[in-house]
Design a protein around this ligand. Structure first.
Ligand code: UDP
Ligand code: MG
Length: 312
């Protein structure tokens, strides 16, 4: 008998969870026929929802013994939900899945086979289209992936979802990374292991609405870059170096011109432009430093990644 844990982070998903459970039951039926020795554990992580999500989960728990849940004391974010889910899961294999059915449970048998038949350590999914998403968001998403892959040695796959199945060994490796600023997409790739990628077309969520505003995504992308690359810090030093050389050349130029022709240098407006420009770059670089410093600050506090209010 082997146990398959399905971890589902939920934040205000009261409408989606019943659909999700129904789909999951179908997949369990499929497994029951093909792999009768696989038992399931459904682990819902209620990420401090403000709607009836927890009640819906409790009701499921009452009628189905394989349902478990952890409820947070407030909203800690999906990354914290994933961490808690991995930590509480007991399965030999663990699957992460969204509650909104954007991660089709029907792919699960294929993902399972990648591990038990093909010997991968993990099977992950990526969407090949971004159908149903605002074009501007897709554009920025693509820019982000191009940028981060240039800046970081850790490969971050474009369109990769959090939907993936992992062996216990890989889960334990991820749990060992107990950093506070979690960018799971990078963490998966950082820990290594052999991953099979399964592509599928984007599916729109079944009910409720996305929790990601453009602003949240932007902050998340900065999180991703600072968590897996220190290239921006190098950018600051490089800029400083270039400007020093430039200034040196300019000083030489002005001194020599003064010696040869003797005229005072005009150009008050251009001077102001240069000061503002360099001032801007300096502030930008200080901002980059601040970004890393604040991350370091939060890491050194060693705050817990999440706080449990209730679990069963
Ligand atoms: N989620 C969460 N905590 C949050 C935000 C989202 O646990 O603070 C969950 C959410 O309930 C869903 C999954 O993460 O199961 C993905 O969220 P969403 O569908 O809003 O993101 P999208 O699919 O639009 O990227
Ligand atoms: Mg979604």
């Amino acid at each position: 008998m082997s146990l398959l844990s399905v971890v589902v982070p939920c934040y205000n998903e009261e409408e989606a969870i019943p659909y999700f459970y129904e789909e999951m039951q179908k997949v369990r039926g499929v497994f029951g026929e093909k792999y009768p020795d696989v038992a399931f554990e459904l682990l819902f992580i209620d990420d401090g929802s403000s709607d009836q999500t927890l009640r819906v989960i409790r009701e499921l728990r009452q009628k189905d013994d394989s349902v478990h849940y952890v409820s947070f004391s407030r909203n800690f974010g999906k990354e914290a939900g994933i961490y808690a889910g991995l930590k509480h899961s007991k399965g030999d294999l663990v699957v992460l899945m969204d509650a909104d059915l954007q991660d089709p449970p029907a792919l699960l048998p294929e993902m399972y086979e990648a591990i038990v038949k093909e010997g991968y350590d993990s099977a992950a999914t990526r969407r090949v289209t971004r159908k149903g998403e605002p074009p501007i968001r897709s554009f920025f998403a693509r820019c982000f992936y191009r940028l981060i892959n240039k800046m970081s040695k850790t490969e971050i796959v474009d369109g990769a979802r959090d939907y993936r199945i992992m062996t216990r060994t890989m889960v334990n490796a991820i749990l060992e990374m107990c950093e506070y600023n979690r960018f799971t997409k990078g963490i998966y790739s950082w820990v290594g292991f052999r991953t099979k990628w399964i592509a599928y077309e984007n599916i729109e969520r079944v009910a409720g609405e996305t929790k990601w505003s453009f602003w949240k995504l932007l902050l998340y992308s900065i999180e991703g870059i600072t968590a897996f690359s220190t290239a921006p810090l190098r950018f600051a030093s490089l800029m400083g170096f270039l400007f020093t050389i430039l200034a040196f050349v300019m000083i030489l130029f002005i001194v020599i011109r003064k010696l040869i022709s003797g005229d005072p240098t005009p150009g008050w407006p251009s001077m102001v432009c240069i000061i503002v420009f360099i001032g801007g770059i300096q502030l930008f670089c200080i901002g980059i430093l601040g970004e890393y410093l604040s991350k370091t600050y939060l890491e050194t506090k060693k705050r817990p990644i999440y706080i449990t209010k209730e679990e069963e």
